[in-house]
Design a protein around this ligand. Structure first.
Ligand code: DON
Length: 305
């Protein structure tokens, strides 16, 4: 007999696997190769207990789900005041790749949209882009509790086609909100987005944020507790882009989605949940992931409000 958590995940998986809405992202050509039927669910508790259903061990690229973790790293480097001066904390009400820059200063609206994430990545302290990416990969690995790597094919695919992100970086440099070379900044960001994870990894990463920055499986304090709390607050208001308001109404948890099909949600002090399912809705959020978390929130009373 399965334990009750696994049984609940398996039941949800069985029911939602038949959903056929949404489109697999194709603007990064390599992502279009994903199997639209792949579907995994995973949960990690504060005690470090791990549960999963479906294809929770299938690797995919983290994409925008990397943004909150890199934000937590950058806040630790800069401190909250300087971080806020460089990257805002207001929902943009726009899509993830919008030109969300404050008139005059060029400050990006928040660290969850692409502009803000590129600026955040560039703020991670390092002497060189290679050292910066090394720190990012190490912190993502510490959140996951295992050594992660890069999907070189997805990285190369985005590097070839990512003109919109390159344009955002150049706009920010011209407005004075990005220091250094825009191409180098975007290159580190593309590598960060191409880090390979599974839903099981993402559940541990989400649980680490939900637990004040301490990985409940490895026991490592990965980021300071106040930095994890700030990150959760920004995920709550900005993590689901222009679907953030509806998400907070329906699910009521800090969350972050990615275009490869990853989604995390954090129940502070309780657990982290992750879903992998590539088809996305209009806001760029995974359809089965949104459905799964909406049901879990209602059934288990997870809504924070
Ligand atoms: O920058 C991009 O467009 C991608 N590397 C990541 C975007 C993303 O995951 C948006 N999330 N739904």
């Amino acid at each position: 007999m399965d334990d009750p958590v696994t049984a609940a995940l398996e039941e949800l998986h069985g029911r939602l696997a038949v959903l056929r809405d949404g489109e697999v992202a194709a603007y990064i050509p390599q992502l279009a190769l994903a199997d639209p039927d792949a579907f995994g669910l995973a949960l990690c508790s504060m005690a470090g207990h791990r549960y999963q259903a479906g294809e929770a061990d299938l690797p995919f690229t983290i994409q925008s789900v990397s943004k909150p973790f890199v934000y937590a790293l950058a806040v630790g480097d800069l401190g909250p005041q300087e971080m806020l001066r460089r990257v805002g904390a207001e929902p943009s009400g726009d899509s993830f790749n919008a030109v969300s820059l404050e008139p005059g200063t060029g400050r990006p609206a928040n660290p969850m949209v692409n502009a803000g994430a590129i600026a955040t990545t560039a703020l991670v302290r390092a002497e060189s882009p290679a050292e910066r990416f090394g720190r990012i990969l190490r912190v993502l690995s510490a959140f996951a509790g295992r050594e992660l790597d890069v999907d070189e094919d997805v990285y190369a695919s985005e590097a070839r086609t990512g003109d919109r992100n390159r344009a955002l970086a150049y706009l920010m440099r011209s407005a004075g909100s990005l220091d250094g070379d825009p191409d180098e900044a975007v290159d580190v960001y593309f590598r960060q987005c191409a880090v390979r994870v599974t839903a099981a990894d993402l559940a541990v990463m989400a649980a680490t944020l939900a637990g004040g920055g301490r990985n409940p499986v490895s026991g490592e304090q990965v980021v300071a507790e106040p930095d994890a709390v700030r990150t959760l607050a920004i995920m709550a208001t900005c993590g689901m882009y222009d679907g953030a308001g509806q998400w907070l109404l329906d699910v009521g948890l800090p969350a972050k989605s990615g275009v490869a099909g990853g989604l995390i949600a954090c129940s502070p002090g309780r657990f982290g949940v992750a879903v992998y399912s590539p088809p996305l809705n209009q806001a760029g959020n995974p359809v089965r992931g949104v459905a799964a978390l909406t049901e879990m929130s209602a059934r288990f009373g997870l809504h924070l409000m």
